[in-house]
Design a protein around this ligand. Structure first.
Ligand code: M6R
Length: 369
């Protein structure tokens, strides 16, 4: 069943290129425009949407955080992302012009289900992004965009996350297309880049041996920190979550710009810090700021583990360990940057003798509040 892999998690990490390609399949036509037939919310309603709210838990919440960057950039519609478990308890402002997106691999997460029920009671339309056909969350939503990751068995979510990202990009681009934004040309270009992204994920998977060796060398550490900016920030959060649940290590993700507001006090000699570096092209201001952050933490003794785009030479002098990822458009970078973090956490869990597919205290789907 595990297809020759020791763990379902390894198999599911390896299946990501296919999962990504399958999730795109049939949704982009030859002319490069999107056809999301399942999104049965009329385009007239989507044109009137004045706010998007994403609700989800855990890894799906991280996909939602990334969706916010894409939705706001391509559609100029304000987007909030909230932990489903917090959402309905704070009396959120919702109305029929709010589009709520509920993201869930299992489709059975009670917190997410309760959040969407609350949203529908206020008259909002709910679009589910879900991996499980016929599960409760899509059944109770107005529309569903299925991710085609195939069954995910390991408790730690990997391929479902990548396909959730793809689905979020598709929704953002579709909303942009339906509503017509000034990013029309960019949308066409990104749709083209999306169709190539499965091959880029494949390339990342082929270069993971040094990441495994690095993970094994850190097996006796207590803490690992993760830093990122822009869409790299939720990637840092996801890297930290994976490490917590699999390696049972103290792991925290920070927005790199927050370092000097507190977290930098945590840096001590030989503390491993993973930094997700934005592309030097495009948002180069952020790139340069992160390079300064890497210098700052290294000067204070951190062992820097840098994830940077191929060709980014500026990071080289400050990286104790350098993990290369292919160049992608800024917003799509999480699709390639997350993969080394999954491999890292999985290998650390193995090195520490933990049960990879079934971490202690956790369940694959959390059907209680
Ligand atoms: O099935 P869901 O996507 O609704 O599950 C949400 C979280 O419980 C889930 O992503 C959890 O955080 C994973 N174990 C993370 O790897």
């Amino acid at each position: 069943e595990k297809g020759g892999y020791d763990y379902f998690m390894l198999k599911e990490i390896a299946e990501q290129p296919k999962a990504v390609a399958d999730t795109l399949l049939g949704r982009i036509d030859a002319a490069g425009s999107l056809t999301l037939d399942e999104v049965r919310i009329p385009t007239s309603v989507l044109r009137e949407v004045d706010k998007v709210v994403v609700v989800a838990c855990g890894t799906a919440f991280h996909a939602g955080l990334i969706a916010k960057y894409a939705i706001e950039h391509w559609t100029r519609v304000p987007c909030e992302v909230e932990l489903a478990s917090e959402f309905r308890y704070r009396d959120p402002i919702l109305d029929p012009r709010t589009l709520v997106i509920a993201i869930s691999q299992s489709g059975e997460t009670m917190d997410t289900l309760m959040a969407l029920r609350h949203a529908r009671e206020q008259g909002s339309k709910v679009l589910a992004i879900c991996n499980t056909n016929g599960s409760t969350i899509p059944r109770e939503s107005d529309a569903v965009l299925y991710t085609h990751a195939g069954p995910e068995v390991a408790v730690a979510s990997t391929k479902a996350f990548l396909t959730q990202l793809v689905a979020c990009y598709l929704v953002a681009l579709y909303l942009g297309q339906v509503r017509g934004t000034k990013w029309g040309d960019e949308i066409v270009a990104v749709v083209r880049d999306l169709s190539k992204i499965s091959g880029e994920v494949e390339k990342v998977l082929e270069t993971m041996e040094p990441v495994r060796a690095l993970a094994r060398s850190l097996a006796d550490k207590n803490t690992v920190l993760f830093l990122g900016r822009h869409v790299g920030y939720p990637v840092a959060l996801e890297g930290a979550l994976k490490l917590k649940e699999l390696a049972y290590m103290h792991a925290e993700g920070f927005a790199a710009g927050e370092l000097k507001h507190g977290p930098i006090a945590l840096i001590e000699d030989d503390l491993p810090v993973v930094v997700v570096v934005p592309s030097p092209r495009g948002r180069s201001v952020l790139h340069d700021k992160i390079v300064s952050n890497i210098q700052e933490i290294r000067a204070r003794g951190a062992r820097t583990i840098v994830i940077a785009e191929e060709g980014d030479e500026a990071v080289v002098p400050y990286a104790d360990h350098l993990i290369r990822i292919p160049a992608t458009p800024t917003l799509l970078q999480p699709l390639v940057a997350t993969v080394p973090l999954q491999v890292f956490a999985c290998e650390l869990a193995t090195a520490r003798g933990n049960e990879v597919d079934q971490p202690r205290n956790l369940a694959k789907s959390v059907t209680v509040e």
